[in-house]
Design a protein around this ligand. Sequence first.
Ligand code: NDP
Length: 444
Amino acid sequence: MQYTDRVLKELKERNPNEPEFHQAATEILEGLRPAVERHPEYERAALLERFVEPERVILFRVPWVDDGGNVHVNKGYRVQFNSAIGPYKGGLRFHPTVNLSVMKFLGLEQVLKNSLTGLPIGGGKGGSDFDPKGKSDMEVMRFCQSFMNELYRHIGQDFDVPAGDIGVGGREIGYLFGQYKRIRAEHAGVLTGRGLSYGGSLVRTEATGYGLVYMVEEALNCRGDSLKGKKVVISGSGNVALYACEKAQSLGAKVVAMYDSDGYVTDMGGIDLAIMKQIKEVERGRIREYAARKKGAEYHAGCRGIWGVPCDVALPCATQNEIDARSAELLVKNGVVCVGEGANMPTTLEGIEVFQRAGVVFLPAKAANAGGVATSALEMAQSSGRMYWSFTEVDAKLKQIMVNIYHNIDDAARLYGVEGNYVAGANIAGFLKVAEAMLAQGIV
Ligand code: NDP
């Protein structure tokens, strides 16, 4: 049996009931095949076996008290996946769907994504099955404090630096940081995505969405095309989606549909971002309210239908497995030319195949959404240097990083005989650096 097949088989046997982890590992190891075949030394060093096993998994209890005095218990996780090229780095997700499988899939993806940024950061991920939706600020604060009461002993500015993800934005990072500082009595750059008044970086809020659009624009430019005049559909209406919308619009695209977990809105005249931000960022409301406020906009219950809205560019920016083969076929039939993944693993393996067969430019998450973590690394650099860079400076660095990533994955795909296959290109380009560092550091 071939090395890659054996590792995948053993991974599935040793980690049963972890479908998301199996899916991510399959996508990654399949993409790595051409590189693994050229490097027989990987098998001798059991490199793939070590690569798919997290260095450390921390599971903990998070008890907290709601406003009515009732006690609740959630699960807390931190998966410290790989520190070969730098301190563990990756977000915290608070969502009811969080479990070990989801944490491990995100952690493994993060290792390669962080490597692709070209910056010295290893990969990790964490979170909880706590749902911040519908909770008061004080409940969220008590939860975050309890979460940090355990997490603090496992993180550090040179060891493991968490950030936000689904359900963890500026408010949550503030509460987590406040508790860390109180326990450890140190004002350290131990979390990124901090507020600007206490060590955060300009552009961090916008980074993932902006970065995604910078990469899409570069991919189109390299084909003599651009976002100008393109119709764009964006799933989600959270941090990544809102800023992808902002940047796409600023480059002349028209965003015609967005969603939250209840349903989607279409607005053929183009989404009015000011109204959308007011509802989602300020009021923390539901997307159906957009249709009530914007003339000509329509609300449709349920999410999947959004992929039937005709568009040139699709940017899935909500969560994993949003686009299956059927949705992908619909997008292709309606003429999509480029799909950029803002969310992590939003397209199923079958969906990816549909896009690749149809010749759609498919930019996978670990490359396309790396702008967030890249800017987090820039935040770490500013923290260490005790300085702030201007918006223009950080934005220019972000854009350059995204353009570089695009060309790295494009070159890697060509070099390994799979031209235009950016899934393979991203996996290979990210992995080679991690593999080199792991080999240099011995069997650890
Ligand atoms: P937010 O919590 O800000 O927004 C998430 C959005 O997705 C919301 O609109 C939410 O709707 C929707 N959503 C979440 N889960 C589901 C679901 N199961 N079905 C339908 N809709 C859903 O998260 P972010 O914008 O930060 O993250 C979005 C994605 O981007 C995630 O995959 C994340 O891992 C990835 N990512 C984020 C980065 C960042 O910097 N923030 C960096 C790199 C990747 P509702 O409000 O109804 O829940």
